[in-house]
Design a protein around this ligand. Structure first.
Ligand SMILES: CCCCCCCC/C=C\CCCCCCCCCCC/C=C/C(=O)SCCNC(=O)CCNC(=O)[C@H](O)C(C)(C)COP(=O)(O)OP(=O)(O)OC[C@H]1O[C@@H](n2cnc3c(N)ncnc32)[C@H](O)[C@@H]1OP(=O)(O)O
Ligand SMILES: Cc1cc2nc3c(=O)[nH]c(=O)nc-3n(C[C@H](O)[C@H](O)[C@H](O)COP(=O)(O)OP(=O)(O)OC[C@H]3O[C@@H](n4cnc5c(N)ncnc54)[C@H](O)[C@@H]3O)c2cc1C
Length: 673
């Protein structure tokens, strides 16, 4: 019997949708920031997803490495042609770029990643954030129109985290008013930049600046890599360039390597908004050396929404599949149930739905804070930079880690079929787990936050004023333990108490070690497990608190039926966080065994309450099938038909007798007859 799509929605999914107690369209409006934004999102999606030129004729899974790249570049050019047209119509806002570059619309039209993404995510923002007005005039127009394509070349084969240890040099020659770029060792080769391999002809290169025989640390330079006409690497052998080879995911991103042999660039190519080199080689310091790190902060901030997007896709796939999949009766006398009725399945899936909401709210919070602080920086006010750095570092670390764990958990929640590329969960995992490493490896970022928390704790100890994100430390100094209060505000206080005590202990252990004669750095390294954990605890308390505060007036903005379900998810997030940190809550918050049993009961009650709304809720994320790209997660729930149709695409299925039979199996199988 030939397998065809039925054209009908799976009856189990139909029933789920009938059970939903709120209006899904209202949820979509709330989640996407209002009616106007939702309409724009849908128009944009139709424009890209219905374009015949942007359809996937062959699944990329069956393509070679080279084909994936060539196909990706072709698609990227088509995508940006459309973006250009939108801009010309005056419809080219930043939202278009956010959508097309990230894990929602972008991943729908280009699953293996976009080899031109770093051009927009880092090359352009670096020129904007670190170039002078003249440099912006010189570069931004051509870069914005994509007449040149750039990347961000910071990481080297030997150094990614410790960027003060980068080895690429840019030595100023006052005679010619040029910088000479060199890669003195194998470890100094740039390694990793997205699109560097074959897709960019310019790069922001981060290199150690030498002038008048002195090193002034790392600075950004615009360097041409390839001829604009021929695309040949410039000046024969002086630039060595290529791509680094296959990776776990992001297979189409064309990450590259790059080495310099006495490559000369004009003085004006050093980005000089902050630090400067004058014609005679005189170096003028930046108001703060960390301003060079600004692009990384920008990307850490935008990654948060990207993670919410990827997780929303994974959880939509797993929720719909869990409603369609029937396996094992609960009552042996009755038929097999939908797997979503097994409570352990609910526990795998629903907390991940909750995380999407929390991450989305956090993305709004951090984006607003980022914009406020950067507008202050433009006025020379640097006071709030450390707080933004501290909170964006831990949010990036915790949210990428949770999203990555979440996608993997959801893949497993789909059983064997989740392991198929046709589920789109393996590819999604490849994209998400990369974010745990890029833009600052997660442990390193937690330690950056911890560094700030140690300072904040010492300020709290002497009664100094504290910024809002660490204000809770003041109360914790006065009160080291609490009476357990199970309300949401009580949970927030308890999580803050856990964070404050972990910060206190880490601080005390660093100080004790110093008293034993260790240097500050050694004492910090010896205490670094506790330091990283204190940053994690701080972040988790922050996530619950900010979600609670950002939804304080929920009832006045949405219907009671929607507010009720949203509150259930926020409460589930808070309760699940408590269950994960139960040991810490016992240690520091006055939680008792009775309290734990109450939390367990509450968790189970919440799963039961959420159960009838789960499918409706993920429908409210409003993700088109073409973006989900999943046989398991399509809106109609025709899972088995889609899995079959995908399997039929395998090149091995195009011929009933494989070549390998004549070539290898037949001679082998008959050789011992
Ligand atoms: C016009 C354009 C419009 C287009 C619109 C585009 C919109 C696109 C939007 C969305 C798109 C969707 C999202 C897509 C996202 C996916 C894209 C994928 C691309 C990924 C590409 C990946 C790129 C990379 O990975 S680039 C390389 C990143 N590398 C790192 O992150 C390295 C990590 N290491 C470090 O950051 C540092 O070395 C360090 C911080 C760990 C240590 O530095 P060090 O100098 O040694 O510092 P330390 O001594 O510890 O501290 C010194 C003081 O500096 C403070 N500090 C450190 N960093 C910062 C900072 N960034 N900002 C502020 N302050 C900082 C630190 O706290 C210390 O302060 P203190 O007071 O002395 O304690
Ligand atoms: C998909 C992808 C895309 C990327 N794109 C770009 C790009 O466009 N441009 C670019 O410049 N770079 C890019 N990178 C590089 C990326 O930024 C680095 O890989 C990242 O910053 C981590 O650095 P590393 O690889 O040197 O890891 P390492 O620092 O070598 O980390 C290895 C281990 O050492 C630990 N470690 C290191 N230092 C410390 C410390 N001080 N304390 C405690 N533990 C420590 C880490 O926690 C980790 O466990 C990309 C990477 C990936 C995976």
């Amino acid at each position: 019997m030939p397998i065809k799509l039925k054209g009908e929605v799976n009856p189990d999914l139909n029933n789920e949708r009938k059970k939903c107690s709120f209006n899904v369209e209202e949820m979509a409006r709330w989640y996407h920031g209002g009616e106007k934004k939702l309409a724009e999102k849908r128009q944009r999606e139709t424009l890209f997803l219905d374009d015949p030129d942007l359809q996937d004729d062959i699944p990329t899974s069956y393509m070679s490495h080279k084909e994936i790249y060539e196909y990706g570049v072709g698609k990227a050019c088509k995508i940006f042609t459309k973006i250009r047209a939108l801009q010309e119509e005056g419809k080219g806002g930043v939202d278009n770029f956010m959508a097309i570059l990230g894990g929602m619309l972008g991943s729908g039209v280009l699953k293996e990643g976009n080899p031109m993404a770093v051009h927009f995510v880092m090359f352009l923002p670096t020129i904007l954030g670190q170039g002078t007005t003249e440099q912006q005039v010189e570069w931004l127009g051509r870069a914005w129109s994509m007449n040149i394509l750039g990347t961000y070349a910071q990481t080297e084969l030997g150094h990614g985290t410790f960027i003060r240890g980068l080895e690429t040099t840019a030595t100023y020659d006052p005679k010619t008013e040029e910088f000479i770029l060199n890669s003195p060792t194998i470890t100094s080769y740039k390694w990793w930049p997205g699109g560097l391999g074959h897709t960019s002809n310019y790069a922001i290169v981060v290199a150690q600046l030498y002038t008048k025989g002195q090193c002034h640390g790392i600075h950004p330079f615009i360097v041409q890599l390839r001829d604009e006409e021929t695309w040949a690497p410039i000046k024969g052998k002086s630039v060595e360039i290529g791509e680094i080879g296959p990776k776990l995911g992001m297979k189409g991103v064309n990450n590259g390597f790059l080495g310099f042999d006495n490559v000369r660039i004009p003085r004006k190519n050093m980005l000089m908004k902050n630090a400067k080199v004058l014609e005679d080689g005189t170096y003028i310091k930046a108001p703060s050396s960390v301003l060079t790190y600004g692009t990384m902060m920008f990307v850490r901030v935008v990654i948060i929404r990207d993670m919410a997007n990827y997780l929303s896709k994974a959880v939509t796939i797993a929720t719909r599949y869990s409603a369609v999949r029937r396996q094992s009766p609960i009552d042996p006398a009755k038929p097999e149930v939908q797997v979503i009725d097994h409570v352990t399945q609910q526990y795998k899936v629903f907390p991940n739905i909750a995380k999407v909401i929390i991450f989305q709210l956090t993305a709004d919070y951090i984006w607003n804070l980022y914009n406020q602080v950067t507008s202050e920086l433009d006025k020379g006010q640097l006071e709030r930079l450390p707080e933004l750095h501290a909170i964006s570092c831990c949010l990036k670390a915790v949210i990428t880690q949770d999203a990555s764990n979440g996608v993997e958990q959801l893949r497993m929640a789909c059983g064997g079929h989740g392991y198929m590329e046709a589920s789109n969960l393996p590819n999604t995992y490849g994209m998400v787990t990369a974010a745990c490493t890029y833009e600052g490896e997660n442990t390193i970022l937690l330690l950056q936050t911890a560094r700030y928390l140690m300072k904040s704790w010492s300020q709290a100890l002497v009664g100094d004023a504290l910024v809002p994100t660490v204000e809770y430390l003041r109360d914790a100094i006065k009160k080291r333990s609490n009476k357990w209060d199970p309300s949401i505000t009580g949970i927030i206080k308890a999580l803050q108490l856990v964070a404050a005590n972990k910060i206190r202990l880490a601080y005390e252990h660093v100080e004790n070690r110093k008293k034993l004669g260790y240097s500050h750095e050694d004492a910090t390294n010896l205490s670094s497990i506790e330091l990283a954990q204190s940053a994690d605890a701080h972040c988790r308390a922050f996530l619950v608190q900010s979600a609670y505060e950002m939804t304080r007036d929920l009832e006045s903005t949405v219907s009671t039926s929607l507010a009720t379900v949203l509150r259930q998810f926020i409460e589930l997030y808070a309760v699940e966080t408590c269950m994960k940190y139960i040991g810490d809550l016992f240690r520091f918050s006055g939680l008792t065994e009775d309290g734990v049993q109450e939390l367990q009961q509450r968790l189970e009650d919440l799963l039961t309450k959420i159960r009838p709304n789960a499918v409706g809720f993920v429908d409210g994320f409003d993700i088109p099938d073409k973006i989900l790209s999943s046989a398991l997660g399509a809106y109609d729930g025709n899972v088995y038909e889609r899995l079959f149709l995908e399997a039929k695409k395998s090149p091995l299925n195009q011929d009933p007798i494989p070549k390998a039979f004549e070539l290898h199996m037949k001679p082998f199988m008959r050789s011992n007859l």
